[in-house]
Each structure stands twice: as structure tokens, then as C-alpha cells.
Design a protein around this ligand. Structure first.
Ligand code: PLP
Length: 408
């Protein structure tokens, strides 16, 4: 086909959007010989495939007229009612079906939230580092990003307060803050209770919206669940995004947002022009899966399963990584975040590792200021113990070689 460039006609939004580094690395991970600790995908071994097959068959035999039909943009009302009950029971969030919108993944939830809330040049505070799906949605609306340090207690809210003060004095509009409160991607860090409360106070003082992205919250292996930001907020400033991708099946692309009714209505209008409605069959399957109690049983089983994997990876790190390397011990989720000595570059290590058929995700793409060059993310979720052991051992060897050269 002969083509002439249309680049000069691209929209501002298309020019603001940047590709995801994770999607790029997925191509590598697909190679059969690759021992990958890269993808933050769930392990297919715990997909509830049998239950999904049974429910789908039942639905298609009894209810085909409805399950193959378009649905409303908001999502099935029975499912939204069931999700409202689940939100009260598990997350301490008081809401009704009117506060809920079904989406194709939390990724779509964040995209719609940004369409509704972010104007070009609005500033949104994000973690250093943070998941680039979140920053990507903000950038696609031409929002401006401002980074805030993340430590073991999650995003540093004192630094958030400093940034907000400076921004206000310079006459700039901070619109919001993007937070992954539980077992954050990529650090595995959980926002402390104290900081959760502080964030809510700051949002009220500076008139902000909080984008609370919580796809990992159900995956807690130990300790008590902390209240969600939405449960602590009495002013309706939080848009709470949940996903079924990590506890059910990401391929079905079902997720949901909770927000105040007016905000949800705005997001419904935005979704009408994106994809009209969320997959109807997937919603009926999820409705049955939740209402029959299978989801909560599945969450318990998954947590035992992923806890074993986390413990196994931590043991392997202790065995194979040299003393110069640091990492955290997440209380849940899928990720361990590794810090190499300052002068080492994790993307150079990755290039080397790929030659030895080992993959991980270098940390720098998660940092909007391009810092974090000496960091990388390991995921224990998807790989077998054999792969985790072999990959960590290989990485340990490669890191030790670099440490020796650096110290020579
Ligand atoms: C923090 C975070 N938010 C959102 C998503 C997207 O999830 P979904 O599959 O629901 O779109 C991911 C996926 O890895 C994630 O890590």
C-alpha cells in the first residue's frame, strides 16, 4: 500500500500518549526459552477455568438471549448490586449500584477517570516509581506529572504536601493524585494508615481528586487489611478502581470503579463513545461467580498459593544475590523491588540477562523523572518455582560479576 504520512494530522492526545514499556517486553517474554520474572500476570494454574466453563455453558443454554445481547453502559444492575455488597463486606465502602460502573479492566477505569477529570496541563502527583498504565492515561489527556518519593510506607505524603504548597503559590492547578495503595506496582509497598488519612486531608485542603487504583488489594498474604482511601473519605473525592484481573481471569477484562454518583454518570457518558458497554457474557459469569461465594473462596486459595511463591522467591534471593543488593518483603501482591548498588544500571543487566534467557523489568520506565536506573522489578506470580530458581540464580551470577568488576 502506498502511504503518505498523516503525522501532521495526529491529535494532541495521540501525540501526548507514549507506548507501554511492559507491552514491549511482553514480546521477549513470549519466547519459549525465556525464563521470565517480568510480567505481572496471574498464574494460569489458578484460573477458575472449570467454574467459568460450567457457568458459561449454563448461561448460554438458559439465557442466551440476554448474555449475547448489548447491555447498559453502567453494567448489569444485579452485578452492580452484588459488587456494592462486596465493597461493604470486604473494603468497608458504603455504596449502592448507582456508584458503580463496570469497565473493561481497571485500565479502562483509569482512562475514563482521566477523560472526565484531566484537562491539558493539569498536574497529577504520582509515585516515584509507579505503574505506567496510570501515568500513561494521564499523559494521554495531556496532563502533567509530578513525581513523589515512595518508601516502605507508600507514597510520601509530606512530600505531597510540600509539592502542593509550592504549586499553589506558583498559581498552578494540581488536579489530583494517583495512588496504588496496596502492594504497589512496581515496589510492592503498602500505604500506611497514617498516610492514607493524611492524603484524604490534603485532598480536601487542596481540592483534589484521588485516583485509587487497587487491583492487588485482595492479595494480602499476612497482616490486617487497611481501610481503602474511599472508605476513609467522607467528601466523595476518591475514584476507586478495582479489577478482577488478578483474582479471577484477566482475559475476561472485567473490572469496576466506584465513585460518587455524578462522577460515575460522567464516566458512563465517556464510555458510551468508547465501547458502549462491558462484555455481557463476562458480567453474567462474574455475577454467578460472586453470588455463589466462589470468588471469596478463590481469593483465599490464591493467597495461599502466591504466598508460597513469594516465600520461595525471597529464599532464592537470599541464596543467590550478593550482599550489595537490597530488596523488600511485600505483604501481598505480585512484586519484589530490587535495588542494585547506585552506580549499576539495571537495563544493562537486563540486556545481559536476556542473552542468558532471563527477563525482568528494569525500574527506570516506572520513574517519570528517569531516575531509578539501579532498580528492577521481579514478579513471582506467573513463573514456576523451577523457573524462579533458575532465573534468580542466573541473575545472581550476572550481578556478582558486575559487583566484582566495579570493586576491582
Ligand atoms: C496498578 C495497576 N493498575 C491497573 C492494572 C490494569 O489491570 P486490568 O487488567 O484490570 O486492566 C494493572 C495491571 O497490571 C496494575 O498493575
Amino acid at each position: 500500500m502506498t502511504t503518505s504520512s498523516l503525522a501532521h494530522l495526529y491529535s494532541k492526545s495521540a501525540c501526548c500518549a507514549v507506548p507501554s514499556a511492559i507491552r514491549e517486553i511482553s514480546k521477549l517474554v513470549d519466547l519459549p526459552e525465556m525464563k521470565s520474572l517480568a510480567g505481572g500476570w496471574p498464574d494460569p494454574a489458578v484460573f477458575p477455568a472449570e467454574d467459568i466453563r460450567r457457568i458459561a455453558t449454563e448461561q448460554l443454554s438458559k439465557n442466551a438471549d440476554q448474555v449475547l445481547q448489548y447491555g447498559t453502559t453502567e453494567g448489569l444492575v444485579d452485578l452492580r448490586r452484588e459488587l456494592a455488597k462486596l465493597a461493604g463486606r470486604r473494603y468497608g465502602i458504603k455504596c449502592t449500584a448507582d456508584h458503580i460502573l463496570l469497565t473493561h479492566g481497571a485500565a479502562q477505569g483509569m482512562d475514563l477517570a482521566c477523560r472526565v477529570m484531566i484537562d491539558p496541563d493539569d498536574v497529577v502527583l504520582v509515585g516515584l516509581p509507579t505503574y505506567f498504565g496510570g501515568t500513561g492515561s494521564i499523559m494521554a489527556c495531556c496532563g502533567e506529572l509530578l513525581g513523589v518519593e515512595i518508601d516502605d510506607d507508600g507514597i510520601n505524603t509530606h512530600q505531597v504536601a510540600d509539592h502542593l504548597r509550592v504549586l499553589k503559590n506558583s498559581g498552578k492547578r494540581a488536579k489530583g493524585i494517583y495512588v496504588i495503595p496496596n502492594f504497589q506496582n512496581p515496589t510492592g509497598a503498602t500505604l500506611s494508615r497514617k498516610r492514607r488519612k493524611h492524603l484524604i486531608e490534603l485532598a480536601a485542603t487542596y481540592d483534589l481528586v484521588i485516583f485509587e487504583d487497587d487491583p492487588y488489594g485482595d492479595l494480602r498474604f499476612e497482616g490486617d487489611h487497611l481501610p481503602s482511601l474511599m472508605a476513609l473519605d467522607t467528601a466523595g473525592r476518591v475514584i476507586h478502581m478495582r479489577s478482577m484481573s488478578k483474582t479471577f481471569a484477566p482475559g475476561l477484562r472485567v473490572a469496576w470503579i466506584i465513585g460518587q454518583a455524578d462522577v460515575v454518570r460522567k464516566m458512563v457518558v465517556a464510555k458510551q463513545f468508547v465501547d458502549v458497554a462491558t462484555n455481557t457474557l463476562a458480567q453474567y459469569i462474574l455475577l454467578e461467580f460472586i453470588s455463589s461465594g466462589l470468588l471469596e473462596k478463590r481469593i483465599e486459595l490464591n493467597n495461599q498459593y502466591y504466598k508460597r511463591k513469594r516465600d520461595f522467591m525471597l529464599e532464592q534471593l537470599e541464596t543467590h544475590f550478593p550482599a550489595e543488593v537490597q530488596w523488600n518483603r511485600p505483604a501481598g501482591g505480585f512484586f519484589i523491588f530490587v535495588k542494585l548498588p547506585d552506580a549499576m544500571d539495571a537495563s544493562e543487566l537486563l540486556t545481559d540477562a536476556v542473552k542468558h534467557n532471563v527477563a525482568f523489568v528494569a525500574g527506570a520506565p516506572f520513574f517519570i523523572d528517569q531516575s531509578g536506573k539501579n532498580t528492577f522489578r521481579l514478579s513471582y506470580s506467573q513463573s514456576s518455582e523451577a523457573v524462579i530458581e533458575a532465573a534468580v540464580a542466573e541473575l545472581g551470577k550476572l550481578i556478582k560479576k558486575r559487583v566484582i568488576i566495579k570493586n576491582a
